[in-house]
Design a protein around this ligand. Structure first.
Ligand code: RTP
Ligand code: MG
Length: 156
């Protein structure tokens, strides 16, 4: 039975520099809304090295880390808090596999197939667990603030 109250979940989405630069924002947002997510918060920011390294700290020992930081700081990113039931897993499904060149073959309707290019330049981020989502949302957004922070491209 249902009491009519649905348990919503939040996740963090990022349109990476190649996604913004390639003008995929509108198509990505359409896919987000068509899939039943609500965009609770969004902001466009330029990450500096410290922010990119802190955000991806789990990968700090990996060989691709410096390249990842360079990529993530190569231009502005659009950061969004998405909400729906099962948001974390559903957003990961919607974006597709990490390697965008693989995604184009195996998940042609995924977002990474649409706007990504390679294993690194895959145009979007998604939290990989409920715990990651909580950490990543707190990394960028003040929990107490209900402000919807939007900075337009031309303000950067
Ligand atoms: P994300 O965290 O950005 O949503 O991506 P993901 O979970 O699918 O993949 P993850 O393993 O967390 O990797 C984070 C990002 O690092 C870049 N990457 N480069 N050159 C490489 O071997 C390599 N592997 C990963 C990608 O930009 C990936 O999204
Ligand atoms: Mg990841």
């Amino acid at each position: 039975w249902s009491n009519g109250i649905t348990e919503k979940e939040k996740t963090l989405a990022i349109i990476k520099p190649d996604g913004l630069y390639g003008n995929y924002t509108e198509n990505i947002k359409k896919a987000i809304l068509d899939s039943g997510f609500t965009i609770l918060k969004e902001m466009t920011i330029q990450l500096d090295d410290d922010a990119a390294m802190g955000f991806y700290a789990e990968h700090s020992s990996k060989g691709f880390f410096s390249s990842l930081v360079k990529y993530m700081t190569s231009g502005p990113v659009l950061i969004m808090v998405l909400e729906k039931e099962n948001a974390v897993a559903d957003w990961r499904t919607l974006i597709g596999p990490t390697d965008a060149s693989t995604a184009k073959i195996t998940h042609p309707h995924s977002i990474r197939a649409m706007c990504g290019m390679t294993l690194e330049k895959n145009c979007v981020h998604g939290s990989d667990s409920f715990q990651s989502a909580e950490r990543e949302i707190a990394f960028f957004f003040d929990e107490k603030s209900s402000d919807r922070v939007v900075i337009g491209h031309d303000e950067l």
